[in-house]
Structure formats: C-alpha cells, structure tokens
Design a protein around this ligand. Structure first.
Ligand code: IPM
Ligand code: MN
Length: 356
C-alpha cells in the first residue's frame, strides 16, 4: 500500500551534503518503485547553521524536524569551527538534536557484505559471517553528565559519567527487544571493575534481563570488548553499551565491515527518529566526489524500517548496496589495491539502478 511521509533533511557539513544527495536519490528510487510519497524539507544544521544563524541547531530546524515523521542527517563539524565555543560547536548541535528528540538508543549495525570480504583489513576467516548490532546509549553518560566544564580559572577540566537506573533500563530494553529478533544474545559492555556508574549499569542490566529469559546475557569490560571485537567478532550478536564506549567501539567495529564509510545508524526511542551515518564530515575529502555514500544510503534504509515500518523497502536498499559491492563498485575507502575506484555520484547511481 502506498504511503506518505514527511522527512526533515539536514545535510550538514563536509561530505554531509554529497552523501545526502545520494541517500535522497536512493529514497526517490524507492518512492518510484513502491509508489510512496516522501516529502522532504531541508534545514540548517551544524557548522553551516553556525555560519548562517550563529547556532548549530537553530529553532527553525527544530520546528521543521518536529513537523516531520523522521529526520535524516548527513554529518557535522570541521576545522573551520574548531575554535567556536564548546556549547555552540557543530557537535553540540548534534548532541542537542539527539537530546531534544529523546533518542536514547542508537542502533549501529555492523555486518559484512559478502562483496567486501577481501577488502577489510582483517582476515577473511575472522570476519566471514559476522553480523553485530551495537546498541549505544545516546542521551546520557559522560556526554551529558553534570558537573562539566573548565573550572578553577582554566586549570581543571571536568566531565562526569552519570547514568540513572531509568536510563539504563530503557536502552537495555531496546537491546533485548532487538536481540529477540536476532540470535538472542546480548553482551553488555562496561567498566564495572573501576567505575561505580558501570557497576550500577551491570546490576541494572542483570535485573532487566530477567524480563527476557530467552536472551543470553554476557558482560565484558570495555577494554576486553575492544580486543575481542578484532580477535573474534563472530562471538557477538547485540552489544549494549553506554554513550562513549559505544562511540569508540562502533568506529572500531566499522573496520570489520571494511570501512567507517559503510556504517549507518538509527537514533530511536523518541517520537521522531534520527538517521545518520556513523562517520563524520571528513573535511579533507569534502566536495571532491570521493566520499562513500553507502553509510548514508543504508541510514535511509534504516529510516524506512525503523521510522516507517517499510521492511521490504529497507531490504531493497540493503540488497542494492550488497549487489553493487558484489559487482565490484568501490569508493576509495573500501577499494583494495588494484581495484577500480568510483566516486560518490557513480556509487549512488549504481545503487539507484540496482533498486530499480
Ligand atoms: C558519532 C560522532 C558524534 C558522537 C560526534 C560528532 C558528536 O562521533 O555519532 O559517533 O560522538 O556521538
Ligand atoms: Mn563517533
């Protein structure tokens, strides 16, 4: 059945706009194929918003997002805004958006596309068949805890890792729910041998797990988890972790699938979801048609599934990305030596043709 949705589009900075263009082309192809209507409204976000309005997340942008069924983000930040005050940096806009919309759970799927098996820096036998869902807490932890700031006349910097039982429970519920639809295993990652906040995290997850008796729960300290991810990633199904640990582990895990340019994400938990690639704005290659649009295209795919409940359409995007990789299309970040490299637009075009 044909459906109609409103989407706020926040291209952002650096490679954000280029990859967003390809994401929107893929969305158009889905609209055409399945007869849906996607009404998109573009809004300022990140560094470009600072330049034009003085704020990384202008009120008008929030309004546009509120009137939408989902939000798509490109990437934000760049050296141009490195000296901007911390609380109005592009990154602060991103954190503000996640907080404003209550997106406490960030889903970061890490899987191996068969076409890329020899393009990872890790050995084939280590990554073959690997399929992980990282569930990163997104609106709490050290990213948001109080007190914070530079204190004592600039001689002391403070951030505080805070989690309440409620915050831990709700994201754990998301992780267990997702595990129920997968291999029914959750590995919770913390640092409870050192941090009290992590001890509370572990105890709370243990308690919540009783509501999901079918799901097997294990725990790892974050340092060990970082090691296990490259030693034997196939041991993981769902990884549940806090904001900063999840940030770090997801960048690490992206290399299992070949490149950070492959990883999409879905920020969920509130009324309106936010879908963005895991990668940043890559200012060094911005505007050169070099960026890999796969993460953005797959983020569009995640929006179809998690915001609009369009599962077949989500699969169509995923299959198209998989197929073009199988056919040998490579952006620079995923090309092995001697492989032909295509640009952002060519990759996007190949995906669109495959969807059709
Ligand atoms: C990410 C990014 C952001 C984060 C930055 C840009 C604020 O690294 O989405 O992983 O740390 O959450
Ligand atoms: Mn990150």
């Amino acid at each position: 059945m044909a459906k109609k949705f409103k989407i706020a589009v926040l291209p952002g900075d650096g490679i954000g706009p280029e990859v967003m263009n390809q994401g929107l082309r893929a969305l158009d192809a889905i609209a055409e194929k399945y007869g849906h209507e996607f009404e998109t409204t573009e809004a300022l976000f990140g560094g470009i918003a600072i330049d034009k309005t003085g704020q990384p997340l202008p009120k008008e942008t929030i309004e546009i997002c509120k009137q939408s069924d989902a939000i798509l983000g490109g990437a934000v930040g760049g050296p141009k805004w490195d000296n901007v005050e911390q609380n109005i940096r592009p990154e602060a806009g991103l954190l503000g958006l996640r907080k404003t919309f209550g997106l406490y759970a960030n889903l970061r799927p890490v899987k191996l596309y068969p076409g890329l098996i020899d393009n990872s820096t890790l050995k084939r036998e280590v990554i073959e068949g690997m399929d992980i869902m990282i569930v990163r807490e997104l609106t709490g932890g050290i990213y948001f805890g109080q007190p914070k700031g530079v204190m004592e006349s600039g001689t002391k910097g403070v951030n505080t890792m805070v989690y309440t039982v409620d915050e831990i429970e709700r994201v754990a519920k998301t992780a267990f729910g997702i595990a129920m639809m997968r291999k029914k295993r959750v590995c919770s990652v913390d640092k409870s041998n050192v941090l009290e906040v992590s001890k509370l995290w572990r105890n709370t997850v243990e308690r919540l797990a009783k509501q999901f008796p079918e799901v097997g729960l294990s725990h790892l300290y974050v340092d060990n988890a970082a090691m296990q991810l490259v030693r034997n990633p196939k041991q993981f199904d769902v990884i549940l972790t806090g904001n900063m640990f999840g940030d770090i582990l997801s960048d690490e895990a992206s290399m299992l699938s070949g490149s950070l340019g492959m990883l999409p994400s879905a920020g969920i938990g509130g009324k309106i979801g936010f879908f963005e690639p895991v990668h940043g704005s890559a200012p060094d290659i911005a505007g050169q048609n070099k960026a890999n649009p796969c993460a953005m295209v797959c983020s569009v795919g995640m929006m179809l599934k998690y915001a609009f409940d369009l599962n077949e359409e989500h699969e169509a995007i995923d299959n198209a990305v998989s197929a073009v990789l199988e056919k040998g299309f490579r952006c620079a970040d995923i090309a092995a030596e001697g492989e032909k490299v295509v640009g952002t637009k060519e990759m996007g075009k190949a995906i669109v043709e495959e969807i059709k």
